[in-house]
Design a protein around this ligand. Structure first.
Ligand SMILES: [Zn+2]
Length: 308
């Protein structure tokens, strides 16, 4: 039995036909062209799903799962007003897709979808208490607790990017000060480097300069990892996960980052949970959101609360 996963992003729509072992049978990528507004984007989602579905009958497909940028309500399937989807305001995306294809349809925020994918098919396999964190322009997370995705009371759990790690730190896009995202995201690294070098710099350039021995670049990265490590230590104390899986562009920095984070977590969190947690890179790369969407019909298929 197949499932169809869709990753709706601010720049691309990725749809895939996936089987239960996580093999991608077909994949289609379209530009989101988000500036054209919700109706045009929904049309392209429909087009991408139609293409991967091909001539396969509905009875061979468990459903359609969409990972989309938050804020959204996974219980009602409504996309609220994501900053990178201009013009979207309370769009009942799940209902719209369901009406079009007459298949059970599901909606989940993108970080949660990626967490489900890594848990089922990737670096988090077998880890029933797992935290997935994506570090790119922003910082997001999905929590797998007791083998289930944890939503919290209203579906907003996992906003690790806005956990305060320095009460007197720089201002964050959310209005608070010293959030993890304001200190350790790709955007934060780029901002520091731009200040230090007096010219625009991306986080990728900072990583390259650090690898070539530039000590200023290395210390900018090290400071970002320091705050990320503080955040992870709190997560370890709070949830006692067996694995923390890190994805997103900044995680491409690789070994230097993972070694540093492991060291900080070993020294800053309580000894027992700090000793048992493994901090590992995500394995599914750019397909994680789409694969996570495909997982939704399999895990929610038997419950009526998440489907339309
Ligand atoms: Zn914030």
């Amino acid at each position: 039995v197949y499932s169809i996963g869709v990753d709706l992003g601010g720049t691309k729509i990725l749809a895939g036909l996936v089987n239960e072992t996580g093999t991608i049978e077909r994949i289609v990528e379209l530009s989101t062209n988000a500036s054209e507004g919700p109706e045009a984007v929904i049309e392209r989602i429909v087009k991408s799903v139609r293409e991967v579905k091909g001539t396969i009958n509905n009875n061979e497909i468990s459903g359609i799962g969409i990972g989309a940028p938050g804020p959204l309500d996974p219980l009602t399937g409504i996309v609220l007003s994501p900053p990178n989807l201009p013009g979207w305001d309370k769009i009942p995306l799940r209902q719209r897709i369901h009406e079009y294809f007459d298949l059970p349809s599901y909606l989940e925020n993108d970080a949660n979808a990626a967490a489900l994918a890594e848990y089922r098919f990737g670096a988090g396999r077998g880890a029933d208490d797992m935290v997935y964190i994506t570090v790119s322009t922003g910082i997001g997370a999905g929590l797998i607790l007791n083998g289930r995705l944890y939503h919290g009371a209203g579906g907003y759990a996992g906003e690790i990017g806005h956990m305060v790690v320095d009460a007197h730190g720089p201002e964050c896009s959310c209005g608070n000060r010293g959030c993890l995202e304001a200190l350790a995201s790709g955007t934060a690294i780029a901002r520091k480097a731009t200040e230090a070098f007096g010219r625009p710099c991306t986080s990728k350039e900072v990583a390259e300069m650090a690898a070539e021995g530039n000590t200023v670049a290395a210390s900018i990265l090290d400071e970002a990892f320091h705050y990320l490590g503080i955040g992870l230590s709190s997560i370890v104390n709070l949830f006692n996960p067996s694995k923390i899986v890190i994805g997103g562009g900044v995680s491409q920095i690789g070994d230097v980052m993972f070694r540093r984070l492991s060291n900080i977590v070993r020294t800053k969190s309580f000894p027992a949970p700090g000793a048992m947690v493994e901090i590992v890179p995500a394995q599914l790369g750019r397909n994680s959101g789409m694969l996570g969407g495909a997982v939704l019909p399999w895990i929610y298929g038997s419950s009526s609360t998440h489907a339309s």
